[in-house]
Design a protein around this ligand. Structure first.
Ligand code: ADP
Ligand code: MG
Length: 342
């Protein structure tokens, strides 16, 4: 069955078997991504982000479910077809530059090696390498080795390497995880430029909410399932920031965080939020004016009154225990899936 989405996962399951143990890394995950979109995947460590990224990249096979990219269900491809898919469609950028670049080759040689492996040669190869070096602003550093470059410059070359095979999808697992924030902003701006220039679809895994704020959409994953989606609600694009500049404090973007329901109508309430609301195994669900109210059942007394404004640390988001995206000083406004009753 084909879907109109460029990337669509439904009920995706991944079970790792280690000795006698089974680890369920993806527990029926649903996600969609449109062509040309920049999607950020966030979530606690061990929630299944890398597993999803590896499945998308054709590096690993999900155990069950559906994972379609451009109308092809990756679970139905044989090993040869999956390798072809990866070679033709996917570019990777990893957190560790050591995984991206060979230290004894120059920047250009690193890019050209990957082009050779992708079956390109001759003049065409040279031209595409030049175009990529220009696109990432590294033409004048083409003949330097990684050790002669800064961390940010190395990641620029790594991104060019990720594009060597002319992929449609660029996957990044914490691509800004090892650089400082000004450098990270430069890389994120570059990714947006490259998306516009080459029509890429970009999926980034990050634990940094500031990185997620650069994406068009952020999907939070918890326990191998999609938990919430955060979208920009103002029509402003993220303000491109020059390297070294702090984020502008005056007009933080507004985000709206929405809880995601699966195809059967199930939604996930994270355990810390259930504790805060005093909800145990059972809850009352009532249709009220303007929505649906979920309350503790009568035999499960709330430990914290629902109308007490700030219980514990900053629970400004019911679905996120992480700080909100934006600059450190002034967090952006955020609309929540639902608010404490007042
Ligand atoms: P994240 O990237 O969100 O930190 P992962 O996708 O790496 O999470 O891991 C999800 C779960 O699957 C974790 O419990 C992890 O220990 C387990 N896992 C990941 N890869 C493997 C593997 N190759 N073998 C066994 N278990 C794995
Ligand atoms: Mg990971």
């Amino acid at each position: 069955m084909t879907t109109p989405h460029f990337i669509a996962a439904a009920g995706l399951v991944k079970i790792f078997r280690v000795a006698d143990l089974e680890v369920v890394a993806l527990q029926g995950l649903d996600i969609e991504c449109e062509r040309g979109e920049i999607l950020a995947l966030v979530g606690p460590s061990g929630s299944g982000k890398s597993t999803l990224l590896n499945a998308l990249g054709g590096l690993d096979r999900p155990s069950a479910g559906r994972l379609e990219v451009d109308g092809k269900n990756l679970l139905k491809l044989n090993q040869f077809e999956l390798t072809t898919y990866r070679r033709e469609m996917i570019g990777f950028v990893w957190q560790q530059t050591a995984r991206n670049l060979l230290p004894y080759l120059t920047a250009r040689e690193n890019i050209e090696l990957l082009m050779t492996l992708a079956g390109q040669g001759g003049k065409q190869k040279r031209q595409w390498a030049d175009e990529l070096l220009d696109a990432v602003g590294m033409r004048e550093h083409a003949n330097q080795r990684p050790t002669q470059l800064s961390g940010g410059q190395q990641q620029r070359i790594a991104i060019a390497c990720g594009l060597a095979n002319r992929p449609q999808i660029l996957l990044g697992d914490e691509p800004t995880g090892e650089v400082d924030w000004p450098t990270a902003q430069m890389i994120l701006k570059l990714l947006r430029d490259l998306r516009d220039r080459f029509g890429l679809t970009i999926v980034l895994v990050t634990h940094d909410p500031r990185v997620a704020a650069w994406a068009d959409r952020t999907v939070a994953i918890r326990d191998g399932r999609t938990s919430t989606e955060t979208m920009r609600v103002d029509d402003d694009q993220p303000q491109p920031m020059a390297s070294g500049e702090a984020a502008p404090a005056e007009q933080p973007p507004t985000f709206e965080e929405l809880v995601v329901l699966d195809s059967a109508g199930r939604l996930q309430i994270p355990s810390e939020q259930r504790v805060l609301a005093g909800i145990g195994r059972r809850a009352k669900v009532e249709l009220v004016a303007g929505g649906i109210l979920i309350r503790p059942s009568d035999d499960e007394r709330p430990t914290i009154p629902l109308n007490e404004p700030s219980a514990g640390p900053n629970h400004s988001s019911l679905y996120s225990s992480e700080p909100l995206p934006g600059s450190g000083e002034q967090p952006p406004k955020r609309k929540l899936p639902w608010n404490h009753r007042t």
